[in-house]
Design a protein around this ligand. Sequence first.
Ligand code: PLP
Length: 401
Amino acid sequence: TSIFDAATYILPDAIFALTEEYHKDRYPKKVNLGQGTYRDAFGNPWVLPSVQTGREKLASQGLNHEYLPILGHEKFRLEATKLALGDQLFASLRDQVAVCQSVSGTGALHLAGLLLRRGCKERPTVIIPTPTWSNHRQVFSSLGFDCHPFSYYDEAKKRIDWECYLDTLKRARSGSVVILHACAHNPTGFDPTREKWIEIGCVVKNRGLFPLFDAAYLGFNSGSIDDDAFSIRHFTALGIEVGVCLSFAKNMGLYGERVGCLFIVSQNVAIARNVQSVLEMLQRSEISNPPAYGSKIVATILEDEALRRMWYEDLRTMSLRIKSMRQALYEHLIQAGAPGLWEHLIQQTGMFGFLGLPLETVNRLKERHHIYMASNSRISIAGLNPNNVQYVAESIAKCLK
Ligand code: PLP
């Protein structure tokens, strides 16, 4: 017998396994549309010019490798929260905010789970859209939460399933947690309009739900932080308690540096103080203190007006390249005579395209054409470039005919 008798084999994470499969593939025209990582027009990883300059500035100041405080880099925590809330809201609510640096967006969600487990009288249900980012359910169910999925997307109509969405929230038990993608819903690419966010906000407030925003794409989606943070700022302005899980993986290209934070806008100063102290204890027991380098880069950029402007430009570069590839794929699919309607592709937003292909076609694309994508036919648009977009469209057309 082993002490690990209950540790039965768990299949590897699908998207990481797909990336490995892609790397092993020797075919020269192979295309990776799996993992959501930005690529430049030549298919290479992109170090943002603002990040490059921030790194040089940091290096010139002489970088040491001391521990950060348990809650993380002081200026990073401040600037990151201010970025998401905007100057005005932040100024009026700063004493009600508890904030803790995290191991990127995933770590922020996990920390939110730990906080909810510890800080709520009764363990809340976590309401999760379906489909959603593949890790949401796992993060919360592994912490012992009861996860309640609801249909977010109407496959046939290729739009948000409003009836189910609003109905689910209206029937939810008060105190339930609802996971909201702040922008760039992964994988569908369909976000609520501002009017719809206002409607959702009303239901969340009236039902007494706790909105937990997963904000992994702020600024990356539209090229503008203000536009992408609308949902977060609107809900916060309603005067309800809000949680935000922020990641700088995509919008600063700091994927492997693992930099993010969790902040909670609470009812009053006393609650914020308590919550922050709980976060500090949870952080100490889990990772002691967070990784330093990425947070130093982010703080350097956000504190420096010129670097911040450079970053805004980088955000526009990334989001415009993705938009142009989305359009190009759409046009090439039409030109190649790919059966079916493709308008949904250009109605979607963010990093991903949700093609709506059957699994059989997804597999055929991999086997015959060396094109890799998630099994639900979500593609990372950033993997497309002028050299491969026609090949991808024509291959999709061939596999569907
Ligand atoms: N949330 C969503 C919706 C994502 O798509 C991702 C990454 O793909 C994350 C969170 C977490 O990313 P990270 O932990 O790298 O910040």
